[in-house]
Every structure is written in C-alpha cells, then in structure tokens.
Design a protein around this ligand. Structure first.
Ligand code: NAI
Length: 336
C-alpha cells in the first residue's frame, strides 16, 4: 500500500521502517499534521497514517474521499480526533492500535504521582545547583492513601494493581467492573463517591461526549482538600479553567498531566525560542504543585515497537481484505 504518514517524528520513521520489513508498504513521511490545509498531500496514496493530534474532521474526510483514500490508520488507541461517522459515510475505513503496552501509560501516571508527592523534580534542580538543603521538600507516603481510578480498562487495571502494590486502598469507577480487580481487593463505587473519597484520582477513561470535562467546577468542589489529580488520558477530560481556580483555592493540591485541552498547538513541538501564546498552560506551569509532560506516557521502546508492528499489520490486512475487527473503529463501537 502507498501510505502518507502524517505528523512524523524521527522515532516514528525509525520504528515504522523497522516494522515494514522488506519495504512491503510504500511509506512516505510528512512532518506536517493532517488538517484541511494539508489533506491535499494525500493525493495518489491509498491510505493516511495519523497520530493523536491530527485533526480528521468532516472537512478533511470529504477531501480524503475525493482523493480516493481507502483508510485512515491511527498510530494510537484513542480515536476522538476522527469524525468516525463521516469516515463511515464516505466509505473510509478507520483502523487503530487498540492495545500497546498499557504498562507504559500506567507507569507514567505513577511517575507523575511519585514526582509530585516526593518533589524529586525540585530536588534534581536544587542538587545540580549545589543546593543540598531539603527544606520544603517534605513529601507524603502512598501507603495507606486512597487512590481512585476512573476507567478500569487496560491501562486503569495496570495502574490499580501498581497502586495496590504501594499499599494504597484502591477504589474505582467504571460502568464495567473488572472481576480480577475486585478479587484483588479493589472496590467499585459510584463516580461521586470515588471523587469525594480519593486522595489521588487518576483518569483512565476515553474522551467521549459523556466524559468531556468530567473534571469540572462541580466535581473539583467535591474533592478532598489537597487531593492529587492525574490525567494521562485525554486533555479535554479536565476543564482547565476550573482546575486553575481549584489550584488557587488549594482544594486541588497537586495536578499531574500528560495531556492538555489545547495540546495540538503545543505538544510534540520545540517552542523553546517562541513566545507561548497559550495563557492557560503558562499559568499552569507557574504552580509549584503542577507537573506537565507533553504526551509521553506511551513513549517507551516496547510501546513504539508494538504500535509500529500493529500499524504495518493493519495496512497488510487492509491490502488482503482481512481486517482484524478489534482494530477497526466503526459507528457501533462509538455508540456502545
Ligand atoms: P480501554 O478501552 O481499555 O479502557 C477504557 C475504560 O474506560 C473502559 O473500561 C471503559 O468502560 C471506561 N469508561 C468509558 N467511559 C467511562 C466513564 N464515563 N467513566 C468511567 N469509565 C469509563 O482503554 P485504555 O487502553 O485503558 O486507554 C484509556 C485511555 O488512555 C485512552 O482512551 C486514551 O485516551 C488514553 N491513552 C493515553 C496515552 C498517553 O500516551 N497519554 C496512550 C494511550 C492511551
């Protein structure tokens, strides 16, 4: 298949080329993201390959349809950035990588927690400047704390098990209860109870119309004073303005995010020499109790290999007309 690969970074090319043994598929790499202005680049290709911040709107899909693109192949699990209904209406298949090392994301969520609770990011900077004082680096222990997991799918399940290992009391909310977690001593509670009770809340549900701004002024007001909130799922799960207000009040005691509402304009880019115009992220970065990473939770050698292998397999399956139904996103999936 001839594939236009959008939003390419050096590591995408490295891992995709390695997985694309003997040059089976013709992969052409574009640094640009896929958006209305760049969709024309896909002319004369069979498929486009995209990532989390490519914006595959109805307008883009209609352009892809005119270019006779057969498939949109995602190098990620989440598909909230694709207008699935339009893709189906235009007979364009959408494939994704439903599972790739859930440990990568779960462990990153834990890394955010351990950095925030033990202030290792501050200690690192202090020691490098010859400041060996430990004043104001007092942390808190995870053992005995209550960790609340929202969404106990593949990643949430690994996260819950790790937190259990730290000696936390783990509570969870999900419409589908995982028996293995219940057997391991994890208690499912209604969403409001989890939010009210947890010392640490970690979001592991997808972004859907229902979960958009799941964490908002109202839910933030229910949290324990000084609670920690971790988001490695999708930025729009949190209303950033409400989180900033809650941080100012001191109710939100710590915020660790790997995803951000307006990340498309920032993440995966080196903006170190540019004035950042996004005042919300700039404000967030002024708080001493906020830690931001730029969508790197998935970014491990294991995960990159798995993503590349499944992506190449998806292309081969498309070519052979033998699509793995678990990798295909269709209307009935999103209406579940
Ligand atoms: P999954 O599909 O295995 O699990 C999602 C779980 O969320 C399911 O159990 C589902 O029932 C539950 N859920 C759906 N709506 C919910 C709601 N309203 N409240 C509570 N739970 C709800 O997905 P997986 O693989 O665990 O991934 C979770 C999310 O992590 C993805 O949707 C994606 O947004 C994010 N992600 C982030 C990455 C990163 O690098 N930061 C990388 C990979 C995924």
């Amino acid at each position: 298949m001839k594939v236009a690969v959008f939003s390419t970074k050096s590591y995408d090319k490295e891992y995709l080329d390695k997985a694309n043994e003997n040059g089976k598929h013709e992969l052409v790499y574009f640094e640009s993201s896929l958006k209305p202005k760049t969709a024309r680049l896909a002319e004369n290709y069979d498929a486009v390959c995209v990532f989390v911040n490519d914006s595959i709107t109805k307008e883009v899909i209609e352009q892809l349809s005119l270019l006779k693109i057969k498939a949109i192949v995602l190098r990620c699990a989440g598909f909230n950035n694709v207008d699935i209904e339009s893709a189906c209406n235009n007979n364009i298949k959408v494939l994704r990588v439903p599972a790739y090392s859930p440990n990568a994301v779960a462990e990153h969520a834990v890394a955010l927690i351990l950095t925030l609770n033990r202030k290792t990011h501050k200690a690192y900077n202090r020691v490098r400047e010859g400041n060996f004082s430990i004043e104001r680096l007092t942390g808190f222990e995870l053992s005995g704390k209550t960790a609340g997991v929202i969404g106990t799918g593949k990643i949430g399940t690994v996260f819950a098990s790790i937190m259990k290992g730290f000696g936390c009391n783990v509570i969870a909310f999900d419409a589908f209860q995982n028996k293995t977690l219940i057997d391991a001593g994890i208690t499912y509670l209604p969403l409001e109870e989890v939010i009210k009770t947890a010392d640490i809340i970690s979001l592991h549900c997808p972004l859907t119309p229902e979960t958009n701004h799941l964490i908002n002024k109202n839910t933030l007001s229910l949290m324990k004073m000084g609670a920690m909130l971790i988001n490695t799922s999708r930025g729009k799960l949190i209303d950033t303005d409400a989180a900033i207000e809650s941080l100012k009040e001191g109710r939100l005691g710590y915020l660790g995010i790997d995803v951000y509402e307006q990340e498309e304009k920032l993440f995966f880019k080196d903006l170190s020499e540019i004035v950042i115009l996004d005042d919300k992220i700039s404000r967030l970065m002024t708080f001493p109790n906020v830690l931001v990473t730029a969508h790197q939770a998935y970014f491990t050698d294991n995960a990159l290999s798995q993503i590349a292998q499944t992506t190449i397999q998806n292309l081969t399956d498309l070519e052979n007309n033998s699509i793995n139904s678990q990798n295909q996103v269709c209307i009935n999936v999103i209406k579940q």
